[in-house]
Write a protein that binds this ligand. Structure first.
Ligand code: TNX
Length: 488
């Protein structure tokens, strides 16, 4: 029970083990399709390595010995929506949570209590033992995010689903998709079809690019939901918009379409924010995006708008947050938006702390993505073949060994929504590249977001991380074997 990531709030080992067998049943309360689906998700994770097809049993009555039971009827509401209790005895296993999300998190703990070979895609020998004991657990922060930039390089639905699977294993609960930038527009908008059809045609380096149809995007939303992960879509505005301007030159000041852009410089493009058509455009795009988004948030970007006059920028951000609000959603923007008069509900995402004083005094919610700790596109060290280094190198230790409460002096912990780790993809082209930059740093960031500050530390964590090596290998993750980790 000592190798869990993120570290649970409380772990009490006891004697013995539960052994999974071909006759183990997964029991769920009758009439709860959502819980049966979580049971099936668990069963499906266990099948490849064990060869067992564990039945989901909903019949009432005394359970047969040797079962795994999922219940919300016995969940403790004080553990919150994602909290859970996991009790393992030699006879049975009980996962209890107040909400289904908590059961999904408990399932990940259960997977990590099994031998690493459980994650293998081919049949392994076992035995499939789970150490006995009791875990009580809940997250420190409600926002434990990963951001994937699908604009600089485009990534398939399948690749995004794999990211969701791996995030879920470490109890991350937000996937922020950076859907638009100078180099590409990656989601179909019915009223403005040229955005994706023309603006999605290329990417950094001149590759084919691509975009998600609305049906594909809806499929991603549903897939994320089945793992209790919220998808947060981002349209980056008013800068970072060359792909949109190339498709619709009426959104530019001089109405001349710029060529598609395949470089990596930032800060040269801007919507012409004082044209009526620009607000029509914003309304249309945000309305379609809101309709595709069951989650509460729409991210409006707002970073590095160096080509937008400051007064225009401020007015525009204020207008756009009102449009998002009118669609019943909450706006999030990169920290530069704190220069505008924000609604109390608008969330600010910090990346280089340029607005730290405003964030501390404003009273609204903040997502922390300090580049020196969370930017997964930064190199691990000088020899890392991929990535950038404008924020310095981000070693595995640097991604773990930091305190969210110390990032902005004077920012109340109650105003920290949580943390997020962005992967910008100027230098990232394949799924193997994503793996290499994300793993193993994401494990540490997952723990920073989930685990209590007291009781976690690098000197102990590095061994726990090292113990995940065979899990990452069974999951076929192309992780970076960093030299600051005592790998087995
Ligand atoms: C800054 S961080 C950006 C991105 C780049 C990234 C590269 C932020 C809000 N904007 O446009 O991709 O640096 O590290």
């Amino acid at each position: 029970m000592n190798n869990l990531i993120p570290l649970p709030v409380s772990v009490k080992p006891s004697d013995g083990v539960f052994t999974l067998s071909a006759t183990t049943q997964i029991r769920v309360e009758p009439g709860r399709a959502e819980i049966a689906a979580i049971g099936q998700y668990l069963a499906d994770r266990l099948t490849p390595a064990t060869g067992y097809t564990l039945p989901i049993v909903t019949a009432p009555g005394a359970p047969a010995p040797g079962h795994i039971r999922l219940t919300t009827a016995e969940g403790d509401s004080t553990l919150g929506d994602e909290g859970y209790e996991l009790t393992v005895s030699p006879q049975d296993v009980t996962l209890a949570a107040y909400q289904p999300a908590g059961l999904c998190r408990a399932v990940q703990t259960l997977r990590q209590l099994l031998p690493p070979a459980i994650e293998s895609t081919t049949r392994q020998a076992g035995p499939w033992t789970i150490p006995a004991g009791a875990i009580r657990d809940y997250p420190r922060f409600g926002w434990r995010g990963f951001m994937l930039d699908v604009a600089r390089h485009f990534f398939s639905v399948q690749t995004v689903k794999r990211c969701l699977d791996l995030m879920a294993y470490y109890k991350m609960n937000i996937l922020h998709l950076h859907l638009t930038d100078d180099q590409g527009w990656r989601i179909a908008i019915n009223l403005w079809p040229g955005l994706a059809a023309h603006g999605g045609r290329t990417e950094v380096g001149g590759g084919p690019g691509g975009y998600y149809s609305q049906a594909e995007y809806a499929d991603l939303v549903a897939y994320a939901q089945s793992r209790y992960i919220t998808l947060v879509p981002e349209f980056d505005l008013p800068g970072h918009t060359n792909a949109a301007l190339a498709a619709y030159p009426q959104l530019t000041r001089d109405e001349v379409a710029p060529p598609l852009y395949t470089g990596t410089e930032v800060g040269f493009s801007s919507l012409c924010v004082d044209k009526d058509v620009t607000l029509v455009f914003m309304d249309d795009v945000i309305e379609e995006l809101a309709a595709l988004t069951p989650g509460p948030y729409i991210h409006i970007g707002g970073d590095e708008a160096a080509a937008t006059p400051k007064a225009d920028y401020i007015r525009f951000i204020e207008e756009v947050q009102a449009i998002v609000e009118a669609q019943g959603k909450t706006a999030i923007g990169w920290e530069e938006i704190a220069q505008a008069r924000l609604l109390p509900t608008t969330v600010v995402q910090l990346w280089n702390a340029s607005q730290a004083a405003t964030l501390a005094s404003r009273g609204g919610k903040v997502i922390l993505s300090p580049a020196g700790h969370t930017y997964l596109d930064m190199k691990y060290d000088a020899d890392t073949p991929l990535g950038q280094n404008w924020a310095g190198n981000v070693s595995v230790r640097a991604a773990y060994d930091w305190a969210p409460e110390h990032v902005v002096e004077g920012l109340a912990e109650s105003n920290i929504l949580g943390i997020e780790a962005p992967l910008w993809t100027e230098t990232i082209q394949t799924m193997a590249d994503i793996d290499f930059m994300v793993f193993p740093r994401l494990l540490g960031l997952a723990e920073v977001g989930w685990s209590p500050a007291a009781g976690r530390g690098w000197d102990e964590y590095k061994y726990r991380l090292a113990s995940h090596r065979p899990r990452l290998e069974a999951l076929r993750v192309n992780y970076y074997p960093a030299s600051d980790v005592p790998w087995p």
